[in-house]
Design a protein around this ligand. Sequence first.
Ligand code: GAL
Ligand code: MG
Length: 979
Amino acid sequence: MTDAPLDPLIALRPWETPEVTSWGRLPINAVDRRCGALPLDGDWRFQLLSAPDAPVGGAVSSACSAYVPGVWTMQDTDDLPRYTNVRMPYTEFPPQSPAANPTGIYEREVDIPAEWAGRRIVLQVGAAESVLLVHVDGRPVGISKDSHLAAEFDLTEVVRAGERATVRLTVVKWSDASHIEDQDQWWHGGITRSVLLYTTDPLYLADVTVRARYSGELQVDCRVRHAGGALPEGWYLTGELDGRLLAHDAEFDRANAEDERVSDFLGEARLLTTVPEVRTWNAETPELYGLTVRLHRADGTVADTSQHRVGFRDVEIVGRDLLVNGERVFIRGVNRHDFHPLTGRTVSYDDMRADLILLKRFGFNAIRTAHYPNDPALYDLADELGFYVVDEADIESHDHAHEIADDPRYLNAFVDRVSRMVLRDKNHPSVIIWSLGNESDYGANHDAAAGWVRRHDPTRPIQYEGAAKLGWADPSLASDIACPMYAALEDCVAHALSGEQTKPLIQCEYSHAMGNSNGTLADHWAAIEATPGLQGGFIWEFWDHGILQRVSDGRPAGRGGAGLYDNGVAAPGHRWAYGGDFGETIHDGAFIADGVVFPDRTPKPAMYEHREVAAPVRIECFRHEGIVVANHQHFRGFDWLAAVWVLSLEDGRTLTAPAELPELCPGETAAVPLPFALPEDGGEAWLTLRVTTAQDLPWAPRGTEVCTPQVLLRAAGVRDEPVAAGAVEVDDEGLLVHPLLTAAPALSLWRAPTDNDELGGMAGRWRTWGLDALVRKVVSVRRDAGRVTVTAEYAGACGVVRHRQVFTPVEGGVRVDEEAELPEEFDDVARVGSVFETVAGLDLLEWFGQGPWESYPDRSAGAPVGHHSVPVDELFTPYLRPQESGGRHGVRRFTLSAPDATGLSVVLDEPRQVSVTRYRAEDLTAAAHHDELVPRPGCVVHLDAAHRGLGTASCGPDTFPSYRVPPGVHRWSWTLRVL
Ligand code: GAL
Ligand code: MG
């Protein structure tokens, strides 16, 4: 490696020159060159400099290498990942960067194939952050910014076929561009997508634009160039769509040929066809056709070929509705970053496929590529598996939003980033909306970019939250969609009902999934489906961005960490790192862990909630003519689904019967007969339709559960009428003495604060009230004919709760009637209920109630009522930052048993919130990471008379007042028996 002190690329200081967005870079296009290219992925020689203008030290031996694609921040260098949300990790104002500016020098030799002689040779760097400088054999070749799109450089004049060339890629971490890449995610440095070399004939396809309409019309516009100048005479194009030849649009050609000078070096041609009875594309039935475009020389030989997959579909806004193929579709979306716990920002094809398969299985049909163009393969997969994509440009200037939006020095960068995204992704049927970026205020730079898009691609709407927030209905703003983030549901509904609405209302972010969250999701969807004008939104977000970290040395496990996690939990000696865990002083903590899946893609319970609110099959009600079933899809019937009826009776019986789904078009309903004669006895009775895939699908094998809609057939009678018998032992402190309990039932008003509780300010209030450390004082213990009444006071910092327990000995156990009176000061608490602890060995929980997933009062739609059985160790959800976890809503009765079937049973007076875990609330409160928790040998059991909903207040609305726990008197009863 030789040093080049007067290197012009360094001398230009492009890292602090926002006007320079590239130099020597080829225009981006939609011709996929991955196939047949020479891959340059693998180990490259590597040196990390302290600054871009620091001297490159001596020869870099192959002993020091970095893997491409990959970020050096995850590859055992001293420059570790850092996490900040809004603020930049340094104080320099745009366009400045800090003097300490890690710069990676990647170098390797490349043998240029001899058979490439006479051909055009292009280097493609898939993505590098944030400034890429390219040298070949010491000669400067180019510069690129825009960290999430590829950069191509023409090497035809720089390398020689049959010879070896040295390619050096210099990647500068901090730059003027970092100020517009200030997204809420880890900061990394490196080359995040594949590097390759490809070759074309000198006569080549420079770009192909495909427009395929719902009507079956197909138009393919091609641009042809010739390396080094004039186009040779007689070139022509042919196209083929699944074997059907495309016609030439002679009119288009003629128009172009009028200007001889232009056609000298740029050829344009249009191919056309109309497919009769076309199979159209939508997210439910993503039908694709194969298109091959061939560029021929005059003698008929093929100079270049481009392959595309074509989906015929229309997107338009009519009135206030976004229509796909004329249908007002619901957008059941999620925001997705390119993320991986081992590689940071490099995501393999298999990982992306797994992401999308999981989303499909949980009812999602849309993705916003927050907050930059994702890996190209993601769009291929979205086309294939069926997702609507909001493609977002790599622009977020959050910390300096106001300064940058109108700063002419950044004008190029805005237009460059938006236009390059459109040029790359325009042929994907999945992309239905272009987004100008995220959280960058709103300025002339946005309008400039929007203007470019409107001219170049009039077939898709544009959205931008920063513009939309200035007026959801204002036609003068750059956003065609009213796309707020975290808007209050009542504001959305009010807007839709106001008569003022002019644009589709689709929240670009809502239902913040940090920790134990996504409360009120079902309420949101009930309102969206019931209110014309509301069309859905994108949950924030898909991943918890926890990086797998070795606890011993605090370093990222990197690619060597494969397999060192399971079911959402890091292997012993490891943990999921969040902000601050790599020693950063400026950071935003666990705010990086706010996804619906764990860092290893294990779904959080909220995913089941989403699956149910997105259910294609619904049960509307139970009427005398039968069960009313509805088709909640947009484009298809039920032929891809199978189902069984499951009847769950409270007495323990579960009956099943085959179900035949009626033939229903989207939006239709039909009554189907009750599949069972309802047994006269058995108590509360629930009928569930367990819907699965009827055949193997690209995203789910046959038999994959799709949804479990359910209906109550018979309400509960009196649940338990215990017969008074025996005696009950209560100690002097008024505490129940029981052979299976190691801690007697006491009052609990505290839960380990969820992220929503903490960031929403509730936990702070609860601490001020002293709810985490209530002091119990027994007031009286009265014994009366075997029954014991204990009155106690629980004193907080500014109020006292009176609590009464009445213990009545009953056959086989004890009935506990409780009453707690909360003072007015405690006007919104986490819970009111009992907590007790059991002896070790009771390791299986079986219950009748909602499940099997974790559920809470405002997140329980995805947990059907039935008989459930889960080992205690699996009830707990391992949220990265320990918090309230593992609850089950609507529990009517349960048993906790040892393998020999001994144990205890509890029958509750009403469906209650119950949790059984190995942790006290104080254990969870004290821990910062899951690996710090030490499970207790017995069980910690909470039975709640009332439990506060989860809401989403870590970023967005709190739960609704109806899910809060008010002051005043709470009463609950339960019967404890020995099995
Ligand atoms: C939004 C932002 C996201 C993320 C989220 C909170 O304001 O667009 O990038 O920061 O809030 O997690
Ligand atoms: Mg932000």
